[in-house]
Design a protein around this ligand. Structure first.
Ligand SMILES: Nc1ncnc2c1ncn2[C@@H]1O[C@H](COP(=O)(O)OP(=O)(O)OP(=O)(O)O)[C@@H](O)[C@H]1O
Ligand SMILES: [Mg+2]
Length: 333
């Protein structure tokens, strides 16, 4: 439901659609017997005694209600209304039209491959921005076949897309627990204590060096903070689309990280030069000179190749671990 239509909905219809609104009225000691009115009429009908109890003016109170409603709408929208995303071709660096378009379903991973400078990061930006032929590439994004609404593009939240950036610079000096609790609360989640434990546990599955929830986020290593952000995105983010620009050197278990994200039914885009990550994608978008060249579907044969590469990767990790411990590598094979 679009934001515009709501002015025609009565309070009781809004409450039916967004049950937390009832809690809002109750918390504010606002009457529940007048909910057959439209919001405007409802707030106009409140007498001064009721208003005084809330400590707010009529207009302020209605504004607060409206922004809470908008927040609930955004969350609802983000939680699962996306089935697919399509990226329509624009032009490459030379201005040559792209013949290719990319269609991706919920729960799928797309890997972007191509030489350095071929436009992988640029393409991720187009998606983050939900481009409408208004970026240098002239590409266009549609969601479930439609042009996304303006609010989704320009609202400060832009919660449709979560970007896992390469460098995590924690600016606040809070503990892992406080950090996750803030995220969970701002997303109106319940069972916060349990959620925090799950996220920390999952993050620790991704990184070799585990950490507890009472350490300050600023003390985490690069790999640990990366793992925390991935687990946080998988469990606490309502954004259905996740963008990742290269996680190969982050010192985390890449396969597990991707599995975690995809198991939450998200659409994942990942730009990579890493063959294992590239083969983990259901689809592979090949980039050249700033343009989309072709979309490859992963084949059965490639899945077999992936298994072999993962075995080699495990060996390399084992060797790395032995080296760290100061052991000899004679028993590796
Ligand atoms: N279609 C395009 N039209 C114009 N400029 C483009 C286009 N695609 C990419 N560019 C520009 O080309 C430059 C290199 O692109 P980008 O950084 O996306 O490459 P990359 O594939 O991510 O490289 P790397 O593998 O090194 O990270 C950027 O400045 C980007 O804005
Ligand atoms: Mg790049």
């Amino acid at each position: 439901m679009g934001l515009q239509q709501n002015s025609f909905l009565k309070m009781e219809q809004l409450i039916k659609e967004y049950p937390p609104l009832r809690g809002f009225l109750e918390n504010m000691n606002l009457p529940l017997d007048k909910i057959t009115l439209l919001p405007e009429e409802y707030f106009r009908s409140l007498d001064s005694f009721v208003l005084e109890e809330t400590g707010l003016g009529r207009v302020e109170l209605q504004d607060l209600f409206q922004s809470y409603l908008q927040h609930l709408q955004m969350i609802k929208e983000d939680q699962g209304s996306i089935g697919s995303l399509t990226l329509w071709g624009g032009q490459d660096k030379a201005g040559k039209p792209e013949e290719v378009h990319l269609h991706i379903q919920r729960g799928e991973i797309v890997c972007l491959v191509g030489p350095t400078g071929s436009g992988k990061s640029r393409l991720l930006e187009d998606i983050e921005w939900l481009a409408q032929q208004d970026t240098v590439t002239r590409r266009k994004v549609t969601i479930d076949g439609n042009v996304p609404r303006e609010e989704l593009r320009f609202s400060s939240g832009r919660k449709l897309v979560a970007q896992l950036s390469q460098n995590m610079n924690f600016v606040m000096d809070v503990t892992v627990y406080e950090f996750l609790k803030m995220h969970a609360e701002s997303r109106l989640m319940k069972n916060i204590e349990e959620l925090v434990d799950i996220v920390v546990e999952q993050a620790n599955l991704l990184t070799g060096e585990s950490f507890g929830k009472d350490v300050p986020v600023t003390s985490l290593s690069g790999g640990q903070s990366r793992a925390l952000m991935i687990a946080d995105t998988a469990a606490l983010s309502v954004a259905p689309v996740v963008l990742i620009d290269e996680i190969e050197n982050a010192g985390i278990n890449r396969s597990k990280a991707l599995e975690l994200l995809v198991s939450r039914d998200k659409i994942v885009f990942i730009a990579t030069h890493d063959p294992i990550l590239a083969l983990m994608g259901h689809k592979r978008l090949v980039m050249k000179n700033g343009g989309m060249i072709k979309v490859l579907e992963r084949s059965e044969k490639e899945l077999e190749a992936l298994e072999k590469l993962q075995m080699i990767d495990r060996k390399i990790n084992e060797a790395r671990q032995l080296l760290r411990e100061g052991a000899k590598l004679e028993s590796l094979f």
